[in-house]
Write a protein that binds this ligand. Structure first.
Ligand code: SAM
Length: 208
């Protein structure tokens, strides 16, 4: 994973050069299972399969591909990288595009998503070093319809460094979210137990 990239401009550059080999190289070579682990947690409890779901930091669309296999039929993706989004736009399931809409935007900036638009919000690989901190979740909560299911994969080292547990528990105490659960899962098939950068804390909760 690209821990060196810090901030939106660095990420835009990094993923521009990485987009065409991201799946055929990185995902295959590293034994990446992050997208599958997040979608497993998401689908456990998500029943509104015909309602819109947002894939945050969708990249080339591996999360969307997993959601489509489970019958989720309306999937939007948001990402800062037009090159990664071009890969996602080409992704199909049963001959149909996986994504209904792909939004090019910097989610750390002024981007506003439509209010109450999504019944589900999912993310793998984007809550990590140099990309999204807890404050991005506030923006996603505004875009979620009441009761929407969230499953956000958060790099385990980043989770501790940025205090995601305290931040999310406070959101629950304040009544903004409910049913908060954390699940520790590997990012790679053969993750090293001693390396927190090879593990994800998947935060699952419902928007209030
Ligand atoms: C590690 S990739 C994860 C892609 C995909 N979800 C996966 O699991 O393979 C992180 C993604 O976050 C996107 N990203 C980085 N900074 C961003 C920002 N500020 N706003 C929106 N997307 C961003 C990158 O372009 C990249 O596609």
């Amino acid at each position: 994973m690209a821990y060196a990239a810090k901030g939106p401009e660095a990420n835009r550059e990094l993923y521009a050069s990485w987009a065409d080999t991201y799946e055929s190289g990185f995902i295959v070579d590293s034994g990446y299972v992050y997208h599958q682990e997040v979608v497993k947690v998401f689908s456990d409890g998500f029943t509104q399969k015909s309602q819109p779901v947002l894939d945050v930091g969708c990249g080339t669309g591996v999360v969307g591909g997993e959601l489509a296999k489970l019958g989720v039929s309306v999937i939007d993706g948001i990402d800062i990288s037009p090159e990664m989004l071009a890969e996602a736009a080409a992704k199909t399931h049963n001959g149909r595009p996986v994504y209904r809409q792909l939004i090019e935007a910097d989610l750390t900036g002024q981007t506003e998503l439509a209010d109450d638009a999504y019944a589900g919000i999912v993310s793998s690989g984007a809550f990590t070093h140099g990309i999204f901190g807890p404050e991005t979740i506030s923006k996603l909560l505004r875009a979620a319809s009441p009761g929407a299911r969230f499953a956000l994969g958060i790099n385990s080292a980043h989770f501790d460094e940025f205090g995601f547990a305290d931040w999310l528990e406070q959101q629950q105490l304040d009544g903004h979210i409910a049913e908060l659960e954390f699940t520790l899962r590997p990012i790679y098939g053969e993750a090293d137990e001693a390396d927190p950068n090879q593990w994800t804390r998947i935060a699952a909760f419902a928007a209030a």
